[in-house]
Design a protein. Sequence first.
Length: 334
Amino acid sequence: MEIWFLLRLGSNISLKLFTINLMDYELTTLTLSMVKGIGSKSIADFWNCREAPSSPSQLRKLLANGAIKRLKVAPERGDIEDLWSQAKRIVESCKEQAIHILGRAKSIPIQLQKIENPPNLLFVKGNVDILHQKSVAIIGTRQPSNFGLQSARRMAMFSSQNQWVVVSGLAEGCDTAGHEGCLEVCGKTVAVLAHGLGTTYPAVNSELSEQIVKQGGCLVSEYAPGTPPSRGTFVERDRLQSGLSKGIIVIETDVVGGTMHTVGFAKSHNRGIAVLCHPEKYKGGVKTKGNEKLIEENAAIPLTNQNDLLKYLTKLDCLSYLASSSDTQTHLDI
């Protein structure tokens, strides 16, 4: 299988179109991701200027010749060969576990390709097709109020019944309620993970992750199977939740935390932002401070009832995925 690349040559307007063998792309990208000092942006820069090497020796030569400027010293040939072999084992393991590997230039959803710092690879367990369908992210604190839990579940149910895929992060609390509400009405949901496939964090959601796949949803990660979670991977997970969705719905959040990371990404990605507006008796608490701040700053659309949610989803349906916050976006007035 081949993937197509279209590259601009230097400052000239002329473009070069060429194909890359998908296996070479996967092996090269995986190998580079394991080289100390090389991050996702450096890997993206690597693909912006050359065709794929088909062997570890070719890759070593490119790195030695400065293919990645941020890399001061190229790895030794033996090290590259070891990493290339490890990448091969990862690809083979994914095939055995029915894990799809999506490459940036072909299979990764268009909405993700347009964000800043898009993933170079996506590992997907389950139904890949739903990643290309309209989706809304339902997110919030791991320790919501009962009102927040019920609201997350109801909003997920309503969104699913209106043909929206529900995206969330498989965390306890609001994320779990969103996934479960979607599944309750036989909807499809995407769980974006902060670690590699093959394990579940938190472990208490192992059965939920299996049910998501069984009911036609999928688990998504930009990390190779077996990669453990870390503080940084949770932030990157928040970026993908926004990137995959046309808009987000904040259930409950403090003024700082992972949910607010996702809000920040949604702003930069030009995604819709809505927030649950609580009854007076719930306001003023830590769990709703972020909600109230977003509403006060006119940074999010308040949702008080099902009619508000329907209007928000209808507006989202009319939006296109835009490349950056400098583009003009339809104002989501409801």
